[in-house]
Design a protein. Structure first.
Length: 217
């Protein structure tokens, strides 16, 4: 009976998502099918891990806990925020790690999303991302006799070709994410997970967040 009830809910959910997709709406809704597939695969992997853990515990077999990548405060990452509700952050965006401390057993991070759009509560970080792209271009100009490196750098530059405007930190959209939402770097020349924003940028963010979320007495 419970299995039939759950199946009915899944069928209703599928019908609802199908209706939304059939509207053929722009912006975040145009990515809804891709996100649902990705999210289902992420949840499936997590459920398998939990299933194995429960079965091993029932059989008195120890399971080694999973290690996650460790991130330093200020590291620039790229995050798939999925499809948010209302004005929540959606789709793939750069973000800055805000955790003061992280470790290999921690599977969540608090980040501030980045965007190229101005906004009332968005903090102007000037050419933060563009400056890193320029660094790659400079390396490329010096790399004349290594076709493998040249190909890799072009691949990174092509993926970031639209990021030639100012970068803004979305101070009202700070959120905690699973590390599984973090997009893997394209290659070793990608800035994702490798570059840290300058201390003065972090100081600007700290002041903006303090003004936005803490009480003034």
């Amino acid at each position: 009976m419970q299995e039939l009830k759950n199946s009915t809910k899944l069928d209703k959910s599928y019908a609802t998502y199908r209706k939304i997709i059939n509207y053929q709406l722009p912006y975040k809704f145009s990515y809804l099918d891709d996100w649902l597939l990705k999210k289902s695969n992420l949840l499936l992997a997590e459920s398998k891990q939990l299933y194995n853990k429960i079965n091993l515990q029932n059989n008195n077999i120890s399971l080694l806990s999973k290690n996650y990548k460790k991130y330093q405060r200020g590291t620039i990452v790229k995050v798939d925020f999925g499809i948010g509700i209302g004005s929540e952050m959606s789709q793939v965006h750069f973000a800055i790690v805000l955790n003061n401390y992280d470790n290999y057993k921690n599977n969540v991070l608090t980040v501030i999303p980045l965007t190229s759009n101005k906004g009332k509560f968005n903090l102007n970080l000037n050419s933060l991302i563009h400056n890193y792209i320029v660094e790659i271009e400079e390396k490329l100009s010096l790399c004349k006799d290594d076709p493998i490196k040249i190909t890799k750098m072009h691949k990174v530059l092509n993926s970031y070709q639209l990021n030639d405007t100012n970068t803004y930190a979305c101070c009202s959209l700070i959120t905690t994410i699973s590390k599984t939402r973090i997009v893997s770097p394209i290659n070793e020349y990608d800035i994702v997970g490798h570059k840290k924003c300058p201390k003065e940028i972090l100081n600007l963010i700290d002041r903006a967040v303090n003004d936005r979320f803490t009480a003034k007495y």
